[in-house]
Ligand binder design. Structure first.
Ligand SMILES: Nc1ncnc2c1ncn2[C@@H]1O[C@H](COP(=O)(O)OP(=O)(O)OP(=O)(O)O)[C@@H](O)[C@H]1O
Ligand SMILES: [Mg+2]
Length: 452
């Protein structure tokens, strides 16, 4: 069953067509502005086909078609009119209409055309899915509305096509990996692999063998030759996540790869050539790591040709609503639930919260909300942010020390509330907060939570 919109100023025609197309979910509009508003709303994303009258009282049909094609270039439109002129038909088709019908038109002709369009549309969707599967998945959409993030996004697009190494900085959950993959997908390297390596999760030996690969017998357990990620990402982009956690020994080896564009697999003596663009990310203050001697300065400058700084979510509150709607759509689709609105009190709760775990936390909150929602709207009672006062009264331009205290206190209260809300289940709490179990354990110890 497809979703079809019909826009015509004649009530009789709308009724007639609705009945004719009763196998589908049909929504009718008698004014152009209403149709456009519907297509621009979240429900508009699900529309599969539009039947549109060319003569509308409130707006010129050609103008409506233009607007529809701007918003939804891939949405098929069948134009209907009682006073067909060849000129109109040609203009409509040029503007991207699928076809043209003269009213009155025989039922079989209309039905045939509708089924044809829907069939083509399903084929196109299937094709796209297969292509994306082959290409290792479509790039994730990047959602934002704030001017702060618009700057970041513009910079990302601008520098994507160069081969410069890029350092992405930002708190946990702000979208560093997403930006790294967007750099890749907007670069000439897009048809080659994007490989992501979390440098913090591995011991030195493992990290080296993951990066450079190893030869059989290079160490106990190396039973076969193994390609490293450098080689896997040849021609593409290698994303070095948590670069601030790499040991001095591995830092030296990375520097060599970046300078010489070659590397030596573990257990080998022969260097191999690679052509890789590096994007690195960290939530550490890398400059301070350099100043305090924990990170090589030369490597820092090699990686940091351009810096992209991701602002925390609390500094771009305009992004909260569009992101929440984006995650709602995603999780509703994934769980096949028909949820499409966020109630005003729920939106208030989302907007007045500080989001220490940034976008990842918002994503987790929305996923949980969708799971807990039975009706068609997300309401405040499934948003577990109550009592976790985001809206601490604004502080009167305080001394640095006081600000630090205030945020820390907020973090403590928040972690405690989420822990309690989840019966002290630490894995679940870490997941909701968008931090690792290790970080959570450390914070619990720091704050003396759980009575430990
Ligand atoms: N602007 C955005 N639009 C859509 N999704 C976003 C956006 N920013 C972040 N996300 C989503 O939020 C989640 C966290 O983002 P990501 O993993 O890129 O953050 P990160 O900065 O790498 O976090 P960490 O430091 O914890 O690794 C991901 O699922 C990502 O897709
Ligand atoms: Mg990350």
């Amino acid at each position: 069953m497809a979703q079809i919109c019909i826009c015509d100023d004649e009530e009789g025609i709308l009724k007639y067509l609705k009945k004719l197309l009763r196998g589908h979910q049909v929504t009718t509009f008698s004014r152009g502005v209403e149709l456009l508003a519907h297509l621009e709303s979240p429900a508009g994303d699900r529309v599969d086909l539009l039947l549109q009258d060319l003569r509308m009282p409130d707006m010129d049909g050609i103008q409506i078609l233009q607007r529809v094609k701007e918003k939804r270039p891939e949405l098929p439109v069948i134009i209907m009119t009682a006073f067909a002129t060849v000129d109109d038909a040609v203009r409509a088709i040029k503007l991207g209409a699928y076809d043209y019908l003269t009213k009155p038109c025989p039922n079989e002709k209309l039905l045939g055309m509708v089924e044809n369009v829907l069939h083509l549309r399903r084929l196109a969707a299937e094709n796209r899915r297969l292509r994306e599967e082959l290409a290792g998945g479509a790039p994730e959409p990047i959602v934002f509305a704030s001017p702060r993030f618009r700057e970041v996004y513009d910079l990302t697009l601008k520098v994507a096509s160069s081969d410069a190494n890029i350092l992405v900085l930002g708190e946990s959950g702000t979208g560093k990996e997403l930006i790294a993959s967007s750099l890749h997908h907007n670069s000439p390297r897009r048809d080659h692999p994007f490989v992501s390596l979390n440098c913090a999760a591995l011991t030195d030996t493992l990290l080296e063998s993951q990066l450079f690969g190893h030869l059989r017998g290079a160490f106990t357990g190396a039973v076969a030759n193994q390609k490293g990620m450098l080689e896997e990402s040849d021609g593409g982009t290698l994303f070095l996540d948590e670069i601030g956690d790499v040991s001095p020994a591995v830092q030296a080896k990375l520097l060599r790869v970046i300078q010489e564009r070659d590397f030596i697999p573990v257990g080998s003596t022969r260097p191999k050539k690679v052509d890789v663009r590096f994007v690195a990310a960290t939530n550490k203050d890398l400059q301070r790591e350099v100043a305090e001697g924990r990170f090589r300065e030369d490597l820092y400058y090699r990686l940091n040709v351009i810096t992209i700084n991701l602002p925390p979510l609390r500094d771009r509150p305009e992004d909260i609503e569009p992101l929440a709607r984006h995650f709602l759509r995603r999780f509703a689709a994934r769980t096949a639930k028909d949820i499409h609105t966020i109630a005003p009190d729920a939106l208030d709760a989302l907007q007045s919260y500080v989001w220490p775990g940034n976008v990842r936390e918002l994503e987790n909150v929305m996923e949980r909300a969708v799971i807990l929602t039975a009706g068609s709207a997300i309401t405040a009672d499934v948003i577990p942010l109550r009592g976790v006062q985001a809206a601490a009264p604004p502080l009167p331009v305080p001394a640095r020390q006081q600000v630090m205290f205030a945020l820390e206190e907020m973090e403590r209260q928040h972690i405690e509330a989420v822990l309690k809300g989840n019966n002290f289940n630490k894995s679940r709490t870490a997941e909701i907060l968008g931090i690792s179990r290790r970080t959570l354990d450390r914070r619990i110890a720091d704050f003396g939570l759980m009575g430990e």
